[in-house]
Every structure is written in structure tokens, then in C-alpha cells.
Design a binder for this molecule. Structure first.
Ligand code: ZN
Length: 273
């Protein structure tokens, strides 16, 4: 089962529950953030970004590569934290050996600050997060072009001519379009404060309620109270919560969000069935 959320010209499809499976596809450009335990919906992604090696996020990698090999799809670029690259390579090679097949993929290590182009005007930048194993988060950055003020009155022909002459007629700004933190404890808010400015923020929220208050700290996950404490800082247009533990029902989560995040609640979406 997966859920699809539409934000103007951005569509996010995915499925995410703690300890079960987490994966997302972001359109455009159609890339995947994590692969869960594998899903048919991931076969179309030509770039896959893995946040960390926990099996509920990464086990699906050989399955997805196998699926693509059967469909004869061109090579897939897989990006992951540098520290887990060799383990992932062995996992994929074991699957290739089991299937007596060879998959077409490249496995590329990322460090915080690294950038990867994922299409016209789009790139992904890695940042550090706060989890119990080596981990990264990812930002989809969109270059937005706007005609410079002094060229506003020009005709289309004049603009075309200026362009031909190599004149820079547009200003380019970099918009943090989507930020995905993967699994993380509260350290991420200091490690990557730009996440508060991202247009859309995909943020894990694993625990809810007083009884689970200390569990977030212990397992390096977020509790709803961690978000409530920082509510005024979230300047995002849309905040997508995911990775809730199966012990909570969607109705229970929705009412906790409405009570504890109050002013933020209208901008909060839950990515769960
Ligand atoms: Zn994890």
C-alpha cells in the first residue's frame, strides 16, 4: 500500500511505518528516497538515494535492481552514505549470485555537502542527520529563473537576441524544494537548520504520547513533542510526517497533531495508509 500527496506541481508517493518499510518517490524528477523492503512503484526511478542501512529502508535495493534488470531498464544510479557502501555492494552482489543475473547499476558514496544533478534545474544535496548508524538526509534543490528587472519591458524578440549575445537576462535562485531527513533524532535540527526553510519537509515522527516520551532519545527517532517544542521554527509550506510506529492509529495521530502542533496542524500531512 502506498499513499500519494500532491503539492502544486510536486507529487510525493510513498509508504512509511517504523520497523516495517519506508520509501518515497518524488516527481519530478521521479527519484527514490529509500527503498523500504522493495516495491513495484520504485522500478521507474533512475536515481535512488539511501539514507542509511537499516533494513526497513534499504533491504529493497536488490529487489528493485532485479526488477529493473528483468524489465531491461537502463542503469540505475544508487547513492548512499560512504560508510555503508561496501556492505550494500555485498548485499547486491549476493542477490546477483542467487539469481545468476547481473544488474545494471552504479553505487556512489556521498558525504554531507555533496551534490548530484538529477535533471534540468534539479539537484540533490546530502546533509548529516542524527541516527544510531551512519546516516544522511537529502535536499532536492530547484534552480528558479526569473527575468532581471531591467529586462522586464523587452519584447520576446529582444530577449531572444540578448540571449544569443550571451547576456545573462535572468536571476537564478536556489529553492530548497523538498527535504527528507530519513530516520533521525533531534540532533538534525542543529546539524541542518535549513530544513526549517524547505518548501516541503518530509520529517519522521515515530513516537506519540507521554508513555513513549523517552523512546525517541534512546533510538534516535523523533517524538511529536520534539516538533511541538520547535513549532514556531517550521516555516515550511507543507510538513509531511511519516515513520509512525504501527502502535498508533491514523485517527490517534491526527488528533495528537491537532492538539500538540495547533497552529502548524493545517500544514501537516500524514503519510500513512
Ligand atoms: Zn533507522
Amino acid at each position: 500500500m502506498s499513499v500519494s500527496l500532491q503539492f502544486q506541481n510536486l507529487r510525493i508517493e510513498g509508504s512509511s511505518r517504523a520497523g516495517d518499510a519506508s520509501w518515497f518517490r518524488v516527481h519530478p524528477p521521479g527519484l527514490a528516497f529509500d527503498v523500504g523492503r522493495g516495491s513495484l512503484a520504485l522500478a521507474g526511478a533512475s536515481e535512488i538515494f539511501l539514507t542509511h542501512g537499516h533494513l526497513d529502508h534499504a533491504l529493497g535495493l536488490p529487489f528493485v535492481l532485479s526488477l529493473k534488470a528483468m524489465q531491461g531498464v537502463e542503469s540505475t544510479r544508487v547513492f548512499c552514505p560512504a560508510d555503508i557502501l561496501e556492505d550494500l555492494r555485498r548485499l547486491v552482489e549476493a542477490a546477483e549470485s542467487l539469481e545468476q543475473a547481473s544488474y545494471r547499476y552504479s553505487l556512489e558514496p556521498l558525504e554531507p555537502g555533496d551534490q548530484v544533478s538529477v535533471g534540468r534545474d534539479l539537484s540533490v544535496e546530502a546533509f548529516a542527520t542524527d541516527h544510531v548508524v551512519p546516516s544522511l538526509g537529502f535536499q532536492l534543490v530547484r534552480a528558479r529563473k526569473q527575468l532581471k528587472d531591467r529586462f522586464r519591458q523587452r519584447s520576446a524578440e529582444e530577449l531572444a537576441e540578448l540571449r544569443r549575445d550571451g547576456v545573462e537576462i535572468e536571476d537564478v535562485t536556489q529553492e530548497l524544494w523538498v527535504t527528507y531527513c530519513g530516520d533521525t533524532g533531534t540532533g538534525v535540527f542543529d546539524l541542518e537548520p535549513r530544513l526549517f526553510e524547505s518548501t516541503v519537509l518530509l520529517l519522521e515522527c515515530t513516537f506519540f504520547g507521554e508513555a513513549s516520551r523517552s523512546r525517541g532519545q534512546r533510538f534516535k527517532h523523533l517524538h511529536l513533542s520534539d516538533l511541538a517544542e520547535r513549532a514556531p521554527q517550521f516555516r515550511n509550506q507543507d510538513l509531511v510526517l511519516h515513520h509512525a510506529s504501527w502502535r498508533y492509529e491514523p485517527t490517534e495521530i491526527r488528533s495528537a497533531v491537532e492538539q500538540e502542533l495547533a497552529g502548524l496542524a493545517p500544514r501537516v500531512h500524514l503519510l500513512m495508509d
